[in-house]
Every structure is written in structure tokens, then in C-alpha cells.
Design a protein around this ligand. Sequence first.
Ligand SMILES: [Zn+2]
Length: 94
Amino acid sequence: MNPKEIIERCNDMIKRLAHEAYSEQNPEAVKDINALDEVIEIVEMREPLKPMQPEVDIDGSIVNPCGYCGGELQIIHDYCPWCGQKIDWSKNGD
Ligand SMILES: [Zn+2]
């Protein structure tokens, strides 16, 4: 199962749990939803993301914004120091 599929399944489970959690006010279902939200966040972070299009800073230096949070990345970073996103620095293809 790839990360996209995991996230889709988690979102489906959240939808199924929503009625039980909020209409029936079942605290266990609320906990399940919170846990699934965490899983989605972790899976998103683990999947390498390419940086956004490089920008030229006011001082003329090149800035590579994180593809997830937009924070400034250095080429030495395997992970964004701001949000923890894994960075894919490869140039070609997807
Ligand atoms: Zn980031």
C-alpha cells in the first residue's frame, strides 16, 4: 500500500467514525479519529516531497522553499528543519 492509499483509507475510516464520534458522542471513536489524523500526518511527512520552485532572495541568494511548509531549505537538509518533511532533491522525473 502506498502512502496515498494509506491516507485515503484513513480518511474513509474517519468518515465512518464521524457519526459515532460526534452524533453519538462516543469518546473512543473520537480517540480513533485523532489517532488516524496523526497517522495521516506521519505518512505525509515520511513521503519525500520536492522543494518548491527556487526563489531569489532580496540579497540575491537562491532560496529553496520546503514543498510542505514553505520554510527555507539548505541543500544539505534531508528533512525540513521547520516541519520535518522528508525532502526529495532529485532533479528528474517523479
Ligand atoms: Zn517544511
